[in-house]
Design a binder for this molecule. Structure first.
Ligand SMILES: NC(=O)C1=CN([C@@H]2O[C@H](COP(=O)(O)OP(=O)(O)OC[C@H]3O[C@@H](n4cnc5c(N)ncnc54)[C@H](O)[C@@H]3O)[C@@H](O)[C@H]2O)C=CC1
Ligand SMILES: O=C(O)[C@H]1O[C@H](OP(=O)(O)OP(=O)(O)OC[C@H]2O[C@@H](n3ccc(=O)[nH]c3=O)[C@H](O)[C@@H]2O)[C@H](O)[C@@H](O)[C@@H]1O
Length: 443
């Protein structure tokens, strides 16, 4: 099939590449000319393991190209996929300006029958709006389909090539066979439903996953008070197939471009029909408070933080991505600077993006994890990158001023900690070494 994908963020780029991988002819379009130029030179604007190899292979096979010419791409295609951003407005509601703009441009470019599918996460009723906008621009016949996207950053290509399920919302049943066939090379778990339900499935799924995270984080806070170990609790709970083991990792809470935005948007969607989504409001509040556990534990171990030196391991909102949108690290770093701490930051891939959006005289940028720990009064692990899991902890006591490690993602096992000589604090687990108060290093 000839496909145009509008928007080359995570979703547009990765789905474009994967549709090409399955033998379709795909043109990925973006209004950002710099992004298109980079892509034409086979440089990915997003960090995603393995993406360049897939890109190169499909470009060379002439199944994939990049263009800033939306009109030409729409005219050459039978299926047009909208994958533009839907960021939060200050109210929490989804900002649909990019969706509306893209729909208008698609409508004006139409030269024959088309299928217009939306992969962006959009409030219920938005596909109807898209239909009206396009119909206002063209006499050409077209169909509207909702195909919400469930990929995760960091494993986006594998998630797209091997999804757990694909949801397709449509109202013209004649399209069902075509859409199912197009997606059948990815999985046979294809769920076809109406458009409004498909739109809601996306928000409900993200809200449910966020709920699981806030739930286990609250359990972790209770574990700390009653002397239980949240990692054991999560393992035990996860053995029940009705609960499942995933998304039960306690820590400093969720971040990223989607959970924070989509939970707020769903609260607004409910509010717009006079429904107060109390549970989800609490999920958001719990998540906000959870970030400050790191600071609480720093204060517990160091007393006051003014003039302390704190090493920070990890800036991205999760491993295997350079995305720092709504990363817990941002608020934690801002708060630490406010408390007078001096910070030594290190992340394997996200330092460039972080520095572009946030810099401060109290920050030193470090070349590696040990460098960030050198002469520090404490190190805080904020992102569970594999390289932090593999670090030799016994080396830390030789480079740090005070050997205090605050593990915001519970990445180290008891075995790794025992014998490392560290004062170790994690989330919702008993401290292996009794809490102590140390002298504050001022230097
Ligand atoms: N990032 C993720 O992991 C996931 C995102 N989603 C949803 O997918 C949507 C897209 O998200 P991202 O890929 O992160 O977006 P993004 O914001 O990173 O990228 C969107 C791209 O669309 C381009 N664009 C905007 N308007 C355009 C227009 N009229 N013509 C051409 N290009 C245009 C922008 O220049 C930008 O490059 C959002 O609704 C998001 O909630 C869904 C699942 C996963
Ligand atoms: O709509 C979206 O954009 C996407 O949002 C999430 O994907 P993503 O944000 O890439 O990352 P996740 O792996 O879900 O992690 C989100 C956040 O939750 C945190 N998390 C995750 C799992 C867990 O057990 N505990 C926990 O704190 C992570 O550290 C991260 O900050 C969903 O998992 C995807 O299915 C969805 O498509």
């Amino acid at each position: 099939m000839d496909i145009a994908v509008i928007g080359t963020g995570y979703v547009g780029l990765v789905s474009g590449i994967c549709f090409a991988e399955m033998g379709n002819h795909v043109t990925c379009v973006d209004q950002d000319i710099n992004k298109i130029e980079a892509l034409q030179n086979l440089a990915s604007p997003i960090y995603e393991p393995g993406i360049e190899t897939f890109m190169e292979r499909n470009v060379q096979a002439e199944r994939l190209k990049f263009s800033s010419n939306l009109i030409e791409a729409v005219r050459q295609s039978e299926l047009i996929i909208i994958a533009v951003g839907t960021p939060s407005l200050p109210s929490g509601e989804a900002n649909l300006q990019y969706i509306e703009q893209a729909a208008g441009e698609i409508g004006r470019a139409m030269n024959g029958r088309k299928i217009v599918a939306t992969k962006s996460t959009v409030p219920v009723g938005t596909n109807e709006k898209i239909r009206q906008i396009i119909a206002g621009q063209t006499e050409q016949p077209f169909d509207i389909v909702s195909i919400p996207e469930f990929l995760r950053e960091g494993s986006a290509i594998q998630d797209t090539l091997h999804p757990d399920r694909i949801v397709i919302g449509l109202d013209n049943r004649e399209l069902e066979a075509t859409m199912v066939e197009l997606h059948s090379s990815f999985t046979d778990q294809i769920f076809v439903t109406d458009i409004r339900s498909a739109e809601m499935i996306k928000y409900a799924s993200n809200a449910f996953l966020a709920t699981k995270i806030s739930f286990i984080n609250e359990i972790s806070n209770i574990c700390e008070k009653v002397g239980a170990d949240v990692t054991e609790v999560a393992l035990g709970m996860g053995k029940d197939p009705r609960i499942g083991p995933s998304f039960l990792n306690a820590g400093i809470g969720y971040g990223g471009s989607c959970f924070p935005k989509d939970t707020k948007a769903l609260i607004q969607i409910a509010g717009n029909v006079n429904y107060e989504f109390q549970l989800l409001k609490s999920v958001v509040e719990v998540n906000k408070a959870q970030r400050y556990k790191v600071i609480e534990k720093l204060k517990q171990s160091l007393g006051q933080l003014n003039n302390t030196v704190i090493g920070i391991w990890g800036l991205s909102f999760k491993p295997n991505t350079d995305d720092i949108r709504e990363a817990p690290s941002i608020e934690i770093i801002e708060a630490l600077i406010g408390l007078g701490a001096r910070l030594k930051l290190y992340d394997p891939v996200a330092m460039g993006k972080f520095k572009d959006s946030f810099d401060h005289p109290s920050i030193t940028w470090c070349a590696n994890a040990l460098d960030a720990a050198a002469n520090a009064d404490a190190v805080c692990l904020l992102t569970d990158w594999q390289e932090f899991k593999e670090i030799s902890l016994s080396q830390l006591i030789y480079v740090m001023e005070q050997p205090i490690l605050i593990d915001g993602r519970n990445v180290y096992s008891k075995e790794q900690i025992e014998g490392a000589g560290l004062h170790y604090y994690s989330i919702g687990r008993p401290e292996p070494i009794p809490a102590f108060r140390s002298q504050v290093h001022v230097g």
